[in-house]
Every structure is written in C-alpha cells, then in structure tokens.
Design a protein around this ligand. Structure first.
Ligand SMILES: [Zn+2]
Length: 248
C-alpha cells in the first residue's frame, strides 16, 4: 500500500534509523504526513459517517431499556505486553477465556491497549488516557469496551504492566495474571453507540461501550506511558445523528 508516493526515500532512510512509530511513507501515525487528518486521503482508512471516537454529551443520551451494558465473564489470565509502534497492548495467553456478552452475542477478548490523551470525550472534556478492551465474535463482529483514565489512585490491575512498559517495539510476558472482573464492576452504566475502529482501517460497525465511571492511574503511571506515547489519540469524529444510549 502507498508505494506510489514520490520523493520520500531519503526521508524514509533518515527517519527509519531514528524512530519507532514512523509516520513517513507507508506508515500511519499521529503526527506529520501520516497524521489522522490524512488517513483517508492516503488510503489508510475509508471515509465514513459512523466513525469513532466521539464526544459523549450527557444531556443528549438516548433512553432505551432494551439496550443493556455488556455482561463480563473474565478470569485470571496471563498476558504478554507488547509495544507495536502505535500503542502498548496486553495480549492474553493462547486459550485464555475472557469474554463479554452483548445483545445476546459472545465476544472474545483479543487484546487491550492504551491511548493518550483519551479518544472519547465526555461533555467535551478529555481525560489523560483511555484503555480499550477489543473483543471479537465468531462471525468477525467487533465490540470494544473503553474506560477513560484520570489521574488519581495507582491502578493495581496495571501495576506490573506499567512498571515495565516497553519503550521500543518488543514483547514480553507478564509474571502475574490479571483478572479484570472487579475492574469492570466499577462502572454501573456504559454509554453504548455504534462506531468504528479508531485506528486504520477505521472499520465501521463496531459496538462501543464506554464506561460512564472512569478509572484511575497514578500520575507516575500516566507519566510512564506518556514518556513513550504522548499523542496516540484520534480526534473526535462527527456524531451524524447517531444515538448514544445510557445502558445499565
Ligand atoms: Zn484503541
């Protein structure tokens, strides 16, 4: 993809030696030529009318009692931590059994990862970070659960991971297992809407559940992440008349 762009070879060679998340030829990113405003033009993403992230305006939430929050069935799980050049993600060990049920369908956890700042905003306000739990159904459908992250109490769930965040593109296994069940229980309601992946190819038809109750990381934990990625969030996209449901 995108091997037709001209005059970038010198820049690619120079930048290729210096950076991890290259935003030069053939790479999307968050700054420079590969920045989000250029993703569609460069062919990384399709233009769409149901994109993510969005601003969540609390005053305009739709009421629909048939739309329920996800049901979480997570277990203590071994994770691998990986810097993939766009974010840092935790990937469950092969055969791990973490799933959600949404609208009667089962979705299996694929990975979770972080953005700084947050991608979603609530009443126009950003949080310092956001975590996304990405799930897939057997038919290929995707459901993402997001939590905004504010500065506050240190997170024990992410204690080991954030003590060994990989600054370069590598992966390693975490020693301790993590069970996210109590993490999810902290939010009694979730804002549900249909959107897209927030990274290329920005595929639509994604079922989003954004926790109404944010979680916290300590200032030190946030600083450890932003020392590696301080700008890996996509700007807010137009709602285009979509409903956001306050789901219980
Ligand atoms: Zn994400």
């Amino acid at each position: 993809m995108l091997h037709n762009k001209k005059g970038l070879m010198g820049a690619v060679l120079a930048i290729g030696l210096m950076c991890v998340a290259c935003t030069s030829k053939g790479h999307w990113g968050y700054e420079g030529e590969g920045a989000p405003e250029n993703w569609v033009r460069l062919g990384f993403a399709e233009a769409g009318q149901s994109q993510s992230p969005i601003n969540i305006d609390i005053k305009t939430l739709a009421q629909d009692n048939t739309v329920k929050k996800p049901v979480f069935q997570y277990k203590a799980t071994a994770f691998e931590i990986e810097n993939n050049g766009h974010t840092i993600e935790l990937v469950p060990a092969e055969g791990a059994d973490n799933k959600i049920f949404l609208d009667g369908k089962e979705y299996i956890l694929q990975q979770l990862h972080f953005h700084a700042k947050s991608e979603h905003t609530v009443n126009g306000r950003y949080s310092p970070m956001e975590v996304h739990f990405v799930h897939k159904a057997a038919d290929g459908d995707t459901a993402v659960v997001g939590f905004l992250i504010n500065a506050g109490t240190k997170s024990t769930f992410f204690e080991e991971a954030f003590s060994k965040l990989p600054a370069s593109v590598t992966k390693e296994e975490l020693e301790k297992t993590i069970n996210f069940t109590p993490f999810f229980a902290r939010s009694p309601t979730f804002y549900r809407y249909t959107g897209s992946l927030t990274t290329p190819p920005c595929t639509e038809g994604i079922k989003w559940s954004v926790a109404a109750t944010p979680v916290t990381l300590s200032a030190d934990q946030i600083a450890a992440f932003t020392a590696i990625y301080h700008n890996n969030f996509r700007p807010i996209q137009d709602l285009n008349g979509r409903n956001i449901v306050n789901a219980r």
